[in-house]
Design a protein around this ligand. Structure first.
Ligand code: CO
Ligand code: CO
Ligand code: CO
Length: 317
């Protein structure tokens, strides 16, 4: 493979974005993400897709500076007005992040797809990687989980209006405040929760950091309505396959009393989920207070980093 000493972070640590060093105090951070619609409303879909894309910059502790649209759209099947609304939602979210969308590319496609290629900047000495979590760190989560189950329930016409509205609000909110707040602390590692679910992304962190983790289900914040929707079988295919993958690879040690639905929720495929932050325990309460004060609505200490030479996650009820 091509080797360049200026590439400081690449895909080998399952990190959220790549980092390229320009000079001793400047590096660029580069990421790309696009998704298929999680909801019918095109403007909200644009907002959610953009928030989801920019999140990978925030998870590295970087500052986004510009973005490009990535678009797939069925021109013959759908009105162009829908695409205009998707792009308007994306622009609004980018503006909220303080960046402009300066170009992009679209192709004719069977179903809509939308996201951003985002560029950010960071001081190379301040990169927050996925791979530096340390034994004894507290694990903080900055958004409730369950959006995969709820968006599936919306498609199945089973999600109560209030539950659906809250899920949209959570998915379209930026991880900007959480990221900027954590920069004032001695954070060891960070990643965001997306398609592989809470445990899937935490597994990326424990594997690349060569540590284990302990999670308490009772401490994990979730969206109202998810248990009822899980009872009615609304867990999406991706959530089931996340759980299967982690089980087949012996990545998780489940306490006996953890239920099947709890396992599914912890593996629920998220769109634009929160940050998982690993921080020395002595600073964790202060970080939680600072996040809440800065306006991050949901913040919880969900567990800790432990010693485990196999990098497994131990889940307690
Ligand atoms: Co990510
Ligand atoms: Co990503
Ligand atoms: Co990172």
């Amino acid at each position: 493979m091509f080797h360049d000493p200026n590439i400081l972070v690449d895909m080998s640590t399952s990190d959220d974005a790549a980092v390229y060093k320009i000079s001793d105090d400047l590096a660029i951070v580069q990421t790309l993400d696009y998704i298929t619609p999680v909801i019918d409303d095109p403007y909200t879909f644009g907002q959610v897709a953009a928030a989801n894309s920019i999140s990978d910059i925030y998870a590295m502790g970087a500052k986004p500076i510009l973005a490009l649209n990535v678009v797939g759209f069925p021109r013959k099947k759908l009105s162009l007005d829908i695409l205009v609304d998707i792009l308007k939602g994306g622009s609004q979210k980018a503006a909220e992040a303080g960046i402009g969308i300066v170009g992009g590319h679209s192709v004719d496609d069977d179903e809509p797809k939308y996201g951003l290629a985002v560029t950010g900047v960071i001081d190379p000495k301040k990169i927050i990687s996925n791979s530096k979590a340390q034994i004894g760190d507290a694990l903080i989560l900055t958004k409730p989980i369950g959006t995969g189950i709820i968006t599936t329930a919306i498609k199945n016409d089973e999600a109560p209006e209030k539950v659906a509205v809250k899920a949209m609000e959570v998915m379209s909110s930026l991880n900007k405040t959480a990221s900027e707040t954590m920069l004032n602390f001695k954070v060891h590692a960070c990643t965001d929760v997306t398609g592989f679910g809470l445990l899937g992304h935490l597994n990326g962190m424990t594997q690349s950091s060569k540590v284990g983790a302990k999670i308490r289900v009772s401490k994990v914040p979730y969206l109202d309505g998810v248990w009822e929707l899980l009872e009615k079988d609304n867990a999406p295919g991706g959530t089931h396959s996340n759980l299967r993958y982690l089980n087949d690879n012996h990545r998780i040690v489940w306490e006996r009393s953890v239920s099947e639905n709890q396992k599914l929720l912890l593996c629920d495929a998220q769109t634009s989920g929160g940050l998982i932050i690993a921080i020395p325990k002595a600073e964790s309460q202060e970080l939680i207070r600072a996040l809440s004060k800065a306006g991050v609505e949901t913040v919880a200490q969900i567990g800790e980093i432990i010693e485990d030479s196999d990098g497994r996650i131990w889940v307690e009820a």
